[in-house]
Design a protein around this ligand. Structure first.
Ligand code: NAI
Ligand code: UGA
Length: 439
C-alpha cells in the first residue's frame, strides 16, 4: 500500500509521519526543495513535540521518504493526501491555487486506481470542482477528509482523533480510505462530499465563536467585578457547554481560526447568506488583541522612552508558529507608540527575527527580557513563562506593570508581590485603564 502526501507543511508532515508510524510506506512530496532537503536529512521543519524522533525512526525503517519529483510521488500511489495550504486572499476568501495545482499534477502523473483524499481546508463545492481535473476513466476518485489536529499536539490528535470525517459520493473510494484508517482505531464518520467540507469550517467557526463569546463575557466581568475564571468554571460544569475552549485571553490566533472564519463569511456572501454572528466573532477577536496595549497606555500615558517586554510570541504554546499570533498585533501597537521592545519565546524567536530584524531585542531568558522594562506583556502560556516567578518581575523591572494576556498568574499573588497586575476578566483595573486610554 503506497501513500503519498502532497505538501509537507504542518498537516502534511504530521500526516506522513503518522501513517508511516502506523506501518504504511509513505512518500512526502513538496515543491519547496529546501524543505525536502532538510527533511531528507532527518530534520523536522516544524516544531512539534515528538515528531522529529518519529520522523527519523520511520526513515531508518525505510517507511518514509521525501521527494520533489511529482512523477515519483504520484505515479505509484494508491492513496494521495492533499495537504497544501489554502491561505487567505486579500478579500478574505480561500486561495485554492495550490490545491488546484496539485490536482493538475496528479492528473498528469497518477496511474491506476488512486484515491485522492483532500485534507486541506476548502470551501464547500471545491472537491467536486477538483474531481473535474481527472478524466472519469482514469480511476482517480476524490474524497474530502478534513483535518482537525491542533498544532503542538498533532501526533496525539492523529492517533487519538475524536473523529475522522470521510466525505464522498463514491462509496468504494470512501470504503478504501476508511480501510487504511482502521489501524488508528478511531471513530470514522461517513458523509457526503459537501457535508464533510462544511464540518471543517463549521467546527473552526464554532470554536472561534466560543472563544470570542467567553472573551466578551470576560470584558463584562471586569466592569461588573465578577471573575471570569469562576464564571468559566461554572459554565463548563454544564456538559452541554463543555469545559474546553472557555479560556479567556488576548484573542485567538494561528493559521486557521482567523483565516477560516473570514473565508466562511466570504463564502456566505457568495451564496447570499449573511454570517452575522461570525462577523462579530472576528470583530471581537480583533479588539481583544489590542486590549492590553490600550490598558498600558491608560496606565502610562505614553510609551515614549519606555521599555516593554513581550513574553510569548507563538500563537499558542508548543509551536513556533506565529501566524496571526496576538504578539504580532501587540508588537505593532508598541512600535507605533515608540516603545523599546525586548522579546522572549522558547521556540518562535527565529520566525519573529525574520519579520522584525533589529527592531526588537531578542532575549535568551524571560529574566533578560524583563530587565529594566516598565511593562511586561505575557502573551503565550509556555511553561517556561508561567513558571517565571512573580518576584522576579518586581526585582528586575523598572516599573513592575505586568499585563497578563493568558491569566497565567493569580491576581492576588501578583498584588502581594508588589506588581501592578492587569489580566483578562478578573480585575476592574483593566476596564479603568482601557477607559482612560480611549477617552
Ligand atoms: N496548521 C494546522 O494546524 C492545520 C491546517 N489545516 C489545513 O491544512 C492545510 C495545510 O495547512 P498547513 O500544513 O498549515 O500549510 P503550510 O502552509 O504550513 O504548508 C503547505 C505546504 O504545501 C507546499 N506546497 C505548495 N504547493 C505545492 C504543490 N503544488 N505540491 C506540493 N506541495 C506544495 C508548500 O511548499 C508548503 O510546504 C490548510 O488548508 C489548512 O487550513 C487543517 C487543520 C490543522
Ligand atoms: O484548522 C486548524 O488549523 C486547527 O485549528 C485549531 O487548532 P490550532 O489553531 O492548532 O490551536 P488551538 O488550540 O485551537 O488554539 C487556537 C487559538 O485559540 C486560542 N484559545 C484556545 C482555547 C481557549 O480556550 N482560548 C483561546 O484563546 C489559543 O491561544 C490559540 O491562539 C483547532 O483546534 C483544530 O481542531 C483545527 O484542526
Amino acid at each position: 500500500m503506497n501513500i503519498t502526501v502532497a505538501g509537507t507543511g504542518y498537516v502534511g508532515l504530521v500526516t506522513g509521519v503518522c501513517f508511516a508510524e502506523a506501518g504504511y510506506t509513505v512518500t512526502c512530496f513538496d515543491t519547496d526543495t529546501e524543505k525536502i532537503n532538510t527533511l531528507s536529512a532527518g530534520i523536522s521543519t516544524i516544531y512539534e513535540p515528538g515528531l522529529e524522533e518519529m520522523l527519523v525512526q520511520n526513515m531508518d525503517a525505510k517507511r518514509l521518504r521525501f521527494t520533489v519529483s511529482p512523477a515519483e510521488a504520484y505515479s505509484g500511489a494508491d492513496f494521495i493526501f492533499i495537504a497544501v495550504g489554502t491561505p487567505e486572499r486579500e478579500d478574505g476568501s480561500a486561495n485554492l491555487d495550490f490545491v488546484e495545482s496539485v490536482a493538475r499534477e496528479i492528473a498528469e502523473h497518477a496511474r491506476g486506481k488512486t484515491v485522492v483524499a483532500v485534507k486541506s481546508t476548502v470551501p464547500v463545492g471545491t472537491n467536486r470542482k477538483l474531481a473535474g481535473f481527472f478524466n472519469p476513466r482514469s480511476g482517480i476518485s476524490i474524497v474530502s477528509n478534513p483535518e482537525f489536529l491542533r498544532e503542538g499536539s498533532g501526533i496525539a490528535d492523529t492517533f487519538q482523533a475524536e473523529r475522522i470525517v470521510i466525505g464522498t459520493d463514491d462509496k468504494a473510494a470512501g470504503d478504501k480510505l476508511a480501510g487504511i484508517y482502521r489501524r488508528f482505531g478511531v471513530p470514522i464518520l461517513r458523509t457526503g462530499l459537501k457535508s464533510a467540507e462544511m464540518i471543517k469550517y463549521a467546527s473552526n467557526a464554532f470554536l472561534a465563536a466560543k472563544i470570542s463569546l467567553v472573551n466578551e463575557i470576560a470584558n463584562f466581568c471586569e466592569v461588573t467585578g465578577a471573575d471570569i475564571e469562576e464564571v468559566a468554571l461554572g459554565m463548563g460544569m454544564d456538559s452541554r457547554i463543555g469545559s474546553q475552549f472557555l479560556r479567556a485571553g488576548i484573542g485567538y490566533g494561528g493559521s486557521c481560526f482567523p483565516k477560516d472564519t473570514k473565508a466562511l463569511v466570504k463564502l456566505g456572501e457568495e451564496w447570499g447568506c449573511d454570517f452575522s454572528i461570525l462577523k462579530s466573532v472576528i470583530e471581537v477577536n480583533s479588539r481583544q488583541k489590542q486590549k492590553l496595549v490600550n490598558a498600558a497606555i491608560g496606565i502610562a500615558g505614553s510609551f515614549k522612552g519606555k521599555r516593554a517586554a513581550v513574553l510569548g510570541l507563538s500563537f499558542k504554546p508548543f509551536t513556533d508558529d506565529i501566524r496571526e499570533a496576538p504578539a504580532l498585533e501587540v508588537i505593532r501597537q508598541l512600535l507605533d507608540e515608540g516603545a523599546d521592545i525586548s522579546v522572549y519565546d522558547p521556540a518562535a524567536m527565529g520566525k519573529m527575527r525574520e519579520i522584525y530584524g533589529d527592531q526588537l531585542y531578542y532575549a535568551e531568558t524571560p529574566e533578560e527580557a524583563v530587565k529594566g522594562a516598565d511593562f511586561a506583556f505575557v502573551l503565550t502560556e509556555w511553561p517556561e513563562i508561567t513558571a517565571f516567578p512573580l518576584e522576579k518581575y518586581r526585582l528586575f523591572m523598572r516599573q513592575p506593570v505586568l499585563l497578563d494576556g493568558r491569566n497565567c498568574y493569580s491576581a492576588e499573588a501578583a498584588e502581594k508581590a508588589g506588581l501592578t497586575y492587569v489580566s483578562i476578566g478578573r480585575k476592574a483595573v483593566l476596564a479603568e485603564a482601557v477607559a482612560a486610554a480611549t477617552k
